[in-house]
Ligand binder design. Structure first.
Ligand SMILES: Nc1ncnc2c1ncn2[C@@H]1O[C@H](COP(=O)(O)OP(=O)(O)OP(=O)(O)O)[C@@H](O)[C@H]1O
Length: 262
């Protein structure tokens, strides 16, 4: 099930991505509307991170293309913000929390300009939004995993982008941090930003996102929650082997939560 979109913010056509000539994403085709909070779902190794990296131009596809705002990536880079998986970052680099968030403002500053008062105020307001004001001068290496995640989200906010791509922003964070991050993402999408999030937990995903991309090497579905979160498509995505799935299906049957209701 692939929902057709007029004036998409992101359009992916026939995208195949390979590592060492072995494809891990096959012929992916979908487009996304602006202003949604979008979850990318799929089992381990489904190609979720690979899809995000291909959108960001960090991996060259073997075929197909990505258009963002109907443009090639290079023309719109400063409208896009990427939060990589926390484990993929070397957190030992010497930089304070404020330095890291200020880096988010560099894209709009232009060559050779240093961040000034305006950028510092923006960085501080972004740190306030993620509840990290008390850590402004702390070295990034001296924070907990959840705190590092919050700082990376503050850096993304400081970019003032229109499209955000986040790879597992909830990984390894406690429930309070997860709720705080989710509230922020919801605020962003309500203010017109498009936020695409790789997410593992199918239970919380149903509550968090209003649009889903369901992947398992191929695209299984892309569409609004009420159209794609069905037992059939969940089984196609996860292979129908996991207990988890029958639990989700059971919950759908029992209407404890009903993804088809809105
Ligand atoms: N740099 C790489 N070189 C070779 N193979 C890779 C590389 N990165 C990922 N892969 C393989 O590509 C496939 C898709 O990986 P990817 O990380 O995109 O999946 P994912 O859905 O994000 O998985 P997870 O949920 O486990 O994070 C996997 O089989 C993985 O082993």
């Amino acid at each position: 099930m692939i929902k057709h979109i007029e004036n998409p913010i992101l359009e992916i056509h026939d995208l195949t991505v390979s590592y060492d000539q072995s494809p891990v994403l096959w012929n992916v085709d979908f487009s996304l509307p602006a202003g949604k909070l979008i979850g990318i779902l799929g089992p381990n190794g489904a190609g979720k991170s690979t899809l995000i990296k291909a959108i960001m131009g960090l991996i060259q596809p073997s075929s197909g293309y990505v258009k963002i705002f109907d443009q090639d990536l290079d023309n719109v880079r400063n409208k896009i913000s990427y939060v990589p998986q926390r484990e993929s970052v070397d957190w030992n680099f010497p930089a304070s929390v404020l330095d890291v968030v200020l880096m988010g403002t560099y894209g709009k500053l232009g060559l050779f300009k240093r961040p000034g008062k305006k950028e510092k105020e923006l960085a501080l307001s972004c740190l306030e939004k993620v509840g990290m004001t008390a850590y402004v001068h702390r070295q990034i290496s001296e924070l907990s995993g959840g705190q590092q995640q919050r700082v990376f989200i503050a850096r993304a906010l400081a970019q003032e982008a229109d499209l955000y791509l986040m790879d597992e922003p909830f990984a390894g964070v406690d429930m309070n941090t997860e709720t705080a991050i989710f509230n922020l993402l919801q605020e962003m999408s309500q203010s017109g930003k498009t936020v695409i999030v790789v997410h593992h937990d199918i239970y919380s995903a149903v509550n968090y996102f209003d649009w889903f991309i369901m992947l398992n090497l191929h695209l299984v579905a892309s569409g609004p929650k009420n159209e794609v979160v069905t037992e059939e498509l969940l089984r196609k995505t996860y292979g129908g082997k996991l207990n988890l799935l029958s639990k989700v299906s059971e919950l759908i049957r029992q209407k404890e939560f009903n993804p088809l209701k809105d």
